[in-house]
Ligand binder design. Sequence first.
Ligand SMILES: *Cc1c(COP(=O)(O)O)cnc(C)c1O
Length: 385
Amino acid sequence: MPGLRTTAVHGGRDDLAELGVHAPPIDLSTTYPIPDQATGGAALGAWADGASEADSPVYARLHNPTVARFERALAELEGTDTAVAFSSGMAAITAVVQAACVMAGKPHVVAVRPVYGGTDHLLTTGLLGTTTTYVSADEVSSAVRDDTGLVVIESPANPNLDLVDIADVVHQARGVPVMVDNTFATPVLQNPAKFGAAYVVHSATKYLGGHGDVLGGVVACAEALAKPVRQLRVLAGAVLHPLAGYLLHRGLATLPIRIQAQQATADELARRLQQHPAVAEVRYPGLTGSRLIGVQQRGPGAMIAFSTVADPHTVVSKLRLITPAVSLGSVDTLIEHPAALTHRLVDGEELRDCGVSANLLRLSVGLEDVEDLWDDLDAALNAVA
Ligand SMILES: *Cc1c(COP(=O)(O)O)cnc(C)c1O
């Protein structure tokens, strides 16, 4: 088995030498010449049934070779049979809920809060015809019913970086498929499928792309589970554009070294933030000494959450280098206030109940010099101390 860095660089590129190219070709065709009508028809039927291969792509909503290379690489990194890419992380999560709940006739979801605000809102509104019971990680077992189609968790959770024991939740779920949103950890730090997760989803928009210039999502899972997910993509049409597929595939090559460098900086910043008088609390998996670090998650990651003693909006307004913006996982450092932005659609009391305080800020640490980032944070915090 090649190492992680080797897989990140070489994954999904096995057909390139045969094609006589070094960089993966970007296939922008929306339609493909059909060798003969019978072959074309058979291929169309196969894609519509959720097949992973057929004799012709036929049409770009059914299959795209550039996107398929990104999927193969991501599946290798996650240690799953396969992966299915979507136009955004929310499209990927929607497909999983539709496949596991709606298509399977099991409309009940159990979710451990906090989760990403968009996921929370999708489940709370019941837009897809599901109902959701929110529980803490140790209450999953008592919430699972006969009509439960899916258990939803995030670890580390967005936005407060709670770690959830995946193997324990899988055990409590008693065979109900568990979806783990692995956006924060990335396959560099955690492979949820190894602990029994049925679906591993990513907002590829974040660390996988890594440069803040591409929107995408992906579901990594076993081939049997991928089939209905691909069917949904073909028929509901939330496909990833081939240019986006190319950029996400390219992003994977540097993912391990980006995560390692960003994590080292985050670890240092978290320690310094903890000492600052204007900071009330720092939530960073490397500081809390979670038993899951080193077992489930190979490192603490590059996301930090901290709450300020004064108005967080004033702190953010004093920053000069760090960009106030939603999203995360980019080469540059971003900060946002979950209660005001990413999680504003979640009821305030429910947010506080799951450990997201009103003053919590979420910091996505980039690749800048640690001293420059600290100078910016320190000056902003001093201004309100
Ligand atoms: C951003 C995000 C999503 C949604 O992904 P999009 O690509 O914005 O649709 C889902 N889960 C987590 C943890 C996220 O951070």
